[in-house]
Design a protein around this ligand. Structure first.
Ligand SMILES: [Zn+2]
Length: 427
């Protein structure tokens, strides 16, 4: 294609849509007009639990002060995102995992995947179809720092997954220079602008997230593959823009009760570009692996003979953790000592999809709450740290009271007995 044509095509796709304040994490002079400083997404470190990291510990650069502790992202725009569930959905069809609901259900992502606006039964449009797409399966599309949402063509049916910039993120991705100066001047010194990239990876075709048994293994693997490639693409582009020491958190919120605002199966990734440290949980993991040195707890053979093992395959080990944060809290790790989600190879990814489906089915069979989180714990990019990448499956449970006060939880089931129960359900 010649240059002129390319430019023309670019103009056409670099759309007519002007992002409203903070949509896709974009803050411009134009959309910031009339906004208050407190409308920006904020990252706030809790002064009562935050301390400096001795940066030499993990090979961090000395220029910035780094912290670890408890922090919160506060992003007013997240309250404005569309609700993917209607009141009547809660109990009814999205929990009924029968094949018919696949053809019936329409959601906001359909206006993106179908390349045209989709209408609900009352003829109201569901979403407008504008998006910024990072990867289609593992094929790279828009630049992770693009500020041009656009409509895409109908995505081929054989595509497994798409990774998009989250339209209603917790962090700002692009901030025009002048606005940045205004924000820096007016923001109190104990607050900071939350910067980063929030991604959402969806299946191309609709699968309800609560019905893991309906999701084909290759689609689940496709979601992981698209997440992996998108992380690599974002990090590569972030480095070119002088970002470094980057925590990356991939996770799944499955079900409304655990934060899943959309009925379609989707993974998410938080890429924090604030360059100011990491949370206490990660600090605990980093320090623990540091102390283990060459005798990694997850690589050790004694652990592999434990009666808490649920399933062990060529590539993965699943077990109930001895210190559960909820009943049926399951931990899993690749048998290979790798540090990050983005280092998973195709065999590990396919095998993970295969085994997760089996485990989820077993949990369904023993009637564990279908609202579940999957959290992937990764070593941040550029940290010089020993780390064995691992995941947590945490089913929803109503808890409360003082049992949540410290980094402490109270569970009622013995982990080795839960493991036995799940093992039995698998067979
Ligand atoms: Zn290890």
């Amino acid at each position: 294609m010649n240059k002129k044509k390319t430019q023309e095509k670019k103009r056409k796709t670099q759309s007519d849509y002007i992002p409203k304040f903070m949509e896709w994490g974009i803050i411009t002079e134009r959309n910031f007009k009339g906004m208050d400083t407190y409308d920006i997404p904020i990252k706030r470190w809790d002064p009562l639990s935050t301390v400096s990291i001795k940066s030499k510990d993990f090979g961090l650069r000395e220029e910035h002060r780094r912290l670890y502790g408890h922090y919160a992202y506060i992003s007013p725009i997240r309250g404005k995102r569309p609700k993917g569930f209607k009141a009547q959905d809660k109990k009814s069809e999205l929990l009924d995992c029968s094949e018919q609901i696949l053809s019936k259900t329409k959601d906001v992502f359909m206006s993106i995947t179908e390349g045209r606006v989709i209408y609900d039964t009352d003829e109201h449009p569901i979403g407008d179809g504008y998006t910024i797409i990072i990867c289609e399966d593992n094929k790279r599309r828009d630049n992770p720092f693009s500020s041009f949402p656009h409509k895409i063509q109908k995505v081929p049916e054989n595509t497994k997954a798409l990774t998009l910039i989250n339209r209603y993120p917790a962090m700002a991705r692009i901030i025009e220079k002048d606005v940045m100066e205004t924000i820096e001047e007016s923001l109190p010194s104990h607050l900071r602008l939350a910067r980063g990239i929030n991604l959402v990876t969806i299946s191309r075709n609709f699968y309800p997230s609560m019905c893991f048994n309906l999701v084909p293994e290759e689609v689940l693997a496709g979601i992981f593959i698209s997440m992996k490639e998108s992380i690599l693409y974002c990090i590569q582009e972030a480095i070119q823009r002088d970002y470094y020491d980057i925590p990356v958190s991939p996770f799944f919120n499955i079900g409304m009760k655990v934060g899943g605002s959309q009925p379609r199966l989707h993974g998410q990734i938080y890429i924090d570009l604030s360059m100011d440290g990491h949370g206490s949980r990660l600090e605990g993991f980093l320090e623990a692996f540091k102390q283990m040195g060459d005798t990694c707890h997850l690589c050790k053979t004694s652990h592999q003979n434990s009666d808490r093992i649920i399933k062990k395959s060529e590539y993965w080990t699943f077990y109930t953790t001895g210190s559960p944060v909820r009943n049926y809290h399951i931990r899993f790790h690749p048998n290979e000592h790798i540090r990050r989600f983005s280092q998973l190879n195709i065999n590990q990814i396919s095998d993970l999809a295969h085994n997760l489906k089996i485990i989820f089915q077993a949990l369904d069979d023993i009637e564990v709450d279908k609202n579940r989180n999957i959290i992937f714990n990764c070593c941040p990019f550029h940290y010089d740290a020993n780390f064995h990448f691992f995941g947590d499956i945490i089913p929803h449970e109503v808890i409360g009271g003082a049992e949540m006060a410290d980094d402490m939880r109270v569970a009622r089931k013995l982990p080795h007995l839960t493991a036995k129960e799940i093992r039995k359900a698998i067979k």
